[in-house]
Design a protein around this ligand. Structure first.
Ligand code: ZN
Ligand code: MN
Length: 495
């Protein structure tokens, strides 16, 4: 085949492993918690002693089903557990309890937002989302030996497998970020990348149309266990480039038909992927039904009860904010990164505050504090009552935007009410026209050039008027009501 490509289409599917935020592990009562001293949350079941019996954690099934339903998946009436056999030092049982041919949820999709502003999105199909247990962790921090920590062994793990529906880096990253937002939104996982709550395994290949019109696929490469967005972005970018070069060097040999699937690992220090092995097929794992666990029947009542816990999902809420509150895409998107921030906004509006005022407060000081503290806007700690009160004070002209920003910070710090703070700090708007009149006269007296520019009209008028307004606001310590200043200034200069 001619090694000149007329068209190269990257094709990416993603497997995502998500640790579920349950109190206890998947098949025993050990605590599911990150960061405890090694091997303290273990028992005979999760360290694989012979003769013990696993017991299913129903809460984990609830959470997994909730995610599956939110991903528009079908929940078949019967699901079962299977043993997936492999040996690894952090898997003392020599098998992982997983789900093979009857997964908990199947055939859904996740709608992902695509940048370019407004309502553009794409549906990435979900093949299946099934439950399994996590393995322990090998710790390579000693020069002469490797330690094993089994606290993680048996933690409930949801494996979400997409179809290979992503064709650009933008889509891959949007899918991964949307999935993180969704599982957090649903309370299914903290999805903290540093704590390994979420790991990515992309499948990548290229569909190449050569100039002679023939098409060919490069081998599908699966890259294992990426634990940051950055690592995934670098991996996918590297693979697209590497596969194209490999095909150009050997257009007849470097193909899916000849080489099949391959596993590669990402070398973070060098920023490259490294060949590991031909990819395992299902038969390599000797899957067979787990004899110690009964299949799970999911009746309609269970499914309906789980569905009822889902509530409004991020994209639906974003669309509602644009329609109902008149927000821009960017504003609505920023307020729907997590569930509690939107709930704060909705509750303040329900308490009678103007949506626009609340949004401005949340996206100015709220977002700034969140950014400083590396948390969500809701986690900054403004209460519904304080937000609603401050928004109403702005609407009534009792406070101006500059003062409101100060009050916002202080109410978060002290938990005092905005009106008490504004009173105490002298931040309430001055509606005393005689005081404002004096400032206006002083501004006019000390700025003859600006006054002349305003009176003359023309190009400089608007800027000069703004300058005089600013002078008055400054003299008032930011406390004058801008509408009053404007009115009085117009009167004096016009008259
Ligand atoms: Zn245990
Ligand atoms: Mn898995």
């Amino acid at each position: 085949m001619n090694a000149t490509a007329a068209n190269v289409l990257p094709v990416v599917g993603l497997e995502i492993h998500v640790e579920l935020a349950t109190q206890t592990k998947m098949f025993c009562r050990c605590r599911n918690r990150f960061g405890d001293p090694p091997n303290t949350n273990v028992c005979p079941v999760c360290i694989g002693m012979p003769g013990v019996l696993p017991v299913m954690n129903r809460k984990a099934v609830d959470l997994a089903m909730k995610v599956g339903l939110a991903l528009n998946c079908t929940v078949p009436p019967l699901t079962k557990w299977d043993r997936k056999s492999y040996y690894y030092p952090d898997l003392p049982k020599n098998y992982q309890i997983s789900q093979y041919d009857l997964p908990l949820t199947v055939n859904g999709y996740l709608e992902i937002p695509l940048a370019e502003g407004a309502a553009k999105s794409k549906k990435v199909r979900i093949r299946r989302a099934h439950l399994e247990e996590d393995a322990g962790k090998s710790i390579h921090d000693h020069p002469h030996h490797t330690s094993v920590d089994l606290n993680r062994a048996g933690v409930p793990l949801l494996e979400i497998v997409s179809e290979p529906d992503m064709n650009t880096m933008e889509e891959v990253m949007a899918y991964a970020r949307s999935m993180q937002r969704l599982v957090r939104w649903l309370g299914a996982s903290e999805a903290n990348m540093q704590m390994g709550h979420m790991r990515f395994e992309p499948n990548i290949n290229l569909h190449i149309t050569a100039q002679d019109g023939r098409t060919v696929q490069t081998p599908i490469v699966e890259v294992k266990n990426l634990n940051s967005f950055r690592a995934m972005e670098r991996t996918v970018a590297y693979e697209i480039q590497r596969q194209l070069e490999a095909w150009r060097a050997d257009p007849d040999g470097y193909t899916m038909d000849k080489l099949g699937k391959q596993n590669r690992g990402f070398d973070d220090a060098r920023g490259v992927t490294v060949f590991q092995r031909e990819k395992e097929e299902a038969h390599d794992y000797r899957y067979f039904p787990e004899p110690d666990l009964v299949p799970v029947e999911v009746d309609q009542a269970w499914q309906a009860a789980t569905r009822a816990t889902i509530g409004e999902l991020p994209l639906a809420r974003r669309a509602r904010y644009m329609a109902e509150y008149g927000l821009t895409f960017k504003e609505a998107d920023a307020l729907t990164q997590d569930a509690p921030t939107g709930e704060l906004l909705d509750s303040a509006v329900a308490a009678g505050a103007e949506a626009r005022r609340c949004v401005n407060l949340l996206l100015s000081r709220g977002a700034a504090l969140a950014n400083e503290r590396d948390c969500t806007i809701a986690e900054v700690g403004i209460t519904v009552e304080a937000l609603a009160e401050l928004a109403k004070m702005l609407s009534d002209g009792r406070i101006n935007a500059t003062a409101a920003a100060k009050v916002f910070d202080l109410t978060v710090q002290t938990h005092q009410s905005p009106s008490a703070i504004a009173q105490e700090q002298g931040l309430l708007t001055v509606r005393d026209t005689s005081a404002i009149e004096q400032w206006v006269e002083a501004a006019i007296a000390t700025n003859p050039q600006a006054v002349a520019d305003v009176k003359e009209g023309g190009k400089k008028q608007k800027k000069a008027f703004g300058f005089l307004m600013g002078q008055v606001m400054q003299m008032s310590g930011g406390a004058a009501a801008p509408a009053d200043v404007q009115r009085l200034l117009q009167q004096k200069l016009g008259g």
